[in-house]
Design a binder for this molecule. Structure first.
Ligand SMILES: [Zn+2]
Length: 425
C-alpha cells in the first residue's frame, strides 16, 4: 500500500460513533445533491431557479443550503422573471439574525410566507398584469421545505413510495379554495360560450383565472392570494429524489408515473425522461419544465431501490407535528409512506394564522418590524410602540404587526376591501 493511498482514505469510524453523531444532530458529512433539468417550451413562460450554495446569516454558516424553484408564468413572463430574481432574497431577509441551524429551519416556513407576499406586493406595484405559479424548494441537508402557489408540483420519491409535497391550487380540484374565494367576494364558474354552454375548467371572476393562488395577477380579484402552502419534511438517512415540474408534466403524468419513468437513473437523464414521457402521452400542449434533484446521504452514495412491501409497524411510523388547517390532499398521500418525518405543514390563506404575532419586535430597540416587508414601523405611525404593545397584549388574536401598505394587502386578500389598489399605494 503506497503512502498516498493511506493519506486519501479517511479513517474508519465505528458505527456506534456514527449513530452517536447522528443522534446529537451533528451529521457526519452533509448529503450530496445531484440534479438534472429538462424543458420543452410552447409559450416560453416557464422559468426555473437553481442555487446550490446559499449562505444563511447564522453563526456557523459553514454549511450552505440549496434552492430549486419553478415559475410557470401566465399572461406574460414578467411576474415569473421578477419572482425568480427576488423571492429568495425576500425570504432570507424575513429570517431573524443570529439563529442556530435548528431555529433557522423552524423560522423558514413563516419567512417563506412573508417572502411570497412581499414579492407579490412589490411586483404589483410595478403595474404589470402577468402572474406566475411558484414551487420553491429549500434543501438543508436532509430537511426539505417546499412552498408553493398555483399548480406546479413537487413530489418526493423516497424508498417507501411517492409523496406529494405541494397542494394544487386549481379551482377545479380544490374545494377549500373555491369556498375561500367565494367567501372573499369572488365568483367561481366556467366560461360561457354562445348558447349558454359552459366550457373549460372552473375559473374565478373577475379575471377568469383557473388558479386560486399566484404571484402577480394585478388585474384579477385580490382573493387570488400569494400565500403559499408550506410543507417541511425530513428525509430518511437513505435520502430521496425530488421531482419538481410545471403543470405541463402533471397534466400528462401522475406523480407515480413521473417517479416510475426515471427511477434508478441519474438525475440529469431522469429529467429528460420525465419530459419525454409527458410529451409522448399528451404532445406539446404547454410549457413543460422538470427538475430532478437527488439528495444522497453520506452512507448511501446512490439512491437505494424502492422496495414496495408491507411495512412493519416499527419502520412505517411517521412523526407528524400538529398543524392547523391542513389541506387534505397532501397529507393523505403522506400517510401511506414510512420514515419520512413531517416537521411542518400549513396551507391556510389567512395571514393571521401564518405570521407570528410577536417575533418581529426587536428586543433592543423595542421597535416593531412589519412581518411581511420587514420595514421598521416609524413611531409617528398609528401603530406606535405603545399602541403596539397594548395591541399585542390586549388583542393577541388580531394578528401580526403589519405596516400600512401590507395591512391594506392583507385586508384586500381577505375580501375586506373591494378594489385593487396596491398600485396606488
Ligand atoms: Zn410591510
Amino acid at each position: 500500500m503506497s503512502r498516498t493511498e493511506v493519506k486519501t482514505r479517511p479513517p474508519l469510524v465505528p458505527l456506534g460513533t456514527l449513530l452517536g453523531r447522528e443522534l446529537r444532530n451533528e451529521g457526519v458529512d452533509k448529503p450530496a445533491i445531484k440534479y438534472g433539468q429538462a424543458a420543452m417550451s410552447k409559450k416560453g413562460e416557464d422559468y426555473f431557479l437553481i442555487e446550490l450554495k446559499c449562505e444563511r446569516n447564522i453563526e456557523n454558516s459553514s454549511k450552505p443550503f440549496s434552492v430549486f424553484g419553478i415559475f410557470d408564468g401566465h399572461n406574460g413572463i414578467s411576474a415569473a422573471v421578477y419572482t425568480k430574481e427576488n423571492l429568495l432574497n425576500n425570504v432570507l431577509t424575513a429570517i431573524p439574525q443570529g439563529l442556530s441551524r435548528e431555529e433557522w429551519l423552524q423560522a423558514l416556513p413563516q419567512a417563506l410566507v412573508a417572502g411570497f407576499v412581499k414579492t407579490d406586493i412589490e411586483f404589483q406595484q410595478k403595474g404589470e398584469t402577468s402572474g406566475t405559479t411558484v414551487t420553491f424548494v429549500v434543501i438543508d441537508e436532509l430537511t426539505v421545505t417546499v412552498a408553493s402557489v398555483g399548480d406546479s408540483r413537487c413530489i418526493l420519491d423516497a424508498q417507501c413510495g411517492v409523496v406529494v409535497l405541494t397542494v394544487d391550487h386549481r379551482l377545479e380540484e380544490n374545494v377549500e379554495e373555491r369556498e375561500r374565494v367565494t367567501a372573499s367576494g369572488g365568483e367561481v364558474g366556467r366560461l360561457n360560450v354562445f348558447g349558454g354552454n359552459e366550457v373549460g375548467p372552473l375559473r374565478c371572476w373577475p379575471g377568469g383565472l383557473c388558479l386560486s393562488r399566484s404571484i402577480g395577477d394585478t388585474d384579477v380579484g385580490e382573493f387570488i392570494v400569494p400565500v403559499p402552502h408550506v410543507k417541511q419534511v425530513k428525509l430518511p438517512n437513505a435520502g430521496g429524489r425530488l421531482i419538481i415540474a410545471s403543470d405541463g408534466i402533471w397534466d400528462a403524468l401522475s406523480s407515480d408515473m413521473a417517479a416510475q419513468a426515471c427511477r434508478g437513473l441519474p438525475a440529469e437523464l431522469s429529467a429528460k425522461l420525465v419530459v419525454k414521457e409527458a410529451l409522448r402521452s399528451r404532445g406539446l400542449k404547454d410549457d413543460t419544465t422538470c427538475l430532478v434533484v437527488d439528495i444522497l446521504s453520506y452512507d448511501h452514495p446512490v439512491l437505494p431501490p424502492v422496495v414496495r412491501k408491507r411495512q412493519s409497524p416499527l419502520t412505517s411510523f411517521i412523526l407528524r407535528k400538529k398543524s392547523q388547517n391542513l389541506t387534505n390532499k397532501g397529507t393523505s398521500n403522506l400517510s401511506a409512506v414510512g420514515v419520512v418525518e413531517e416537521l411542518f405543514e400549513e396551507g391556510s390563506a389567512m395571514l393571521a394564522e401564518r405570521l407570528g404575532k410577536d417575533s418581529h419586535l426587536d428586543p433592543n430597540s423595542g421597535l416593531a418590524k412589519c412581518a411581511i416587508c420587514q420595514v421598521d414601523q416609524p413611531s409617528s405611525d398609528c401603530n406606535s410602540d405603545n399602541s403596539e404593545t397594548i395591541f399585542l397584549s390586549a388583542k393577541p388574536l388580531e394578528g401580526p404587526i403589519l405596516c400600512t401598505n401590507c395591512l391594506k394587502k392583507k385586508d384586500a386578500m381577505e375580501g375586506k376591501r373591494a378594489t385593487t389598489s396596491t398600485q396606488a399605494a
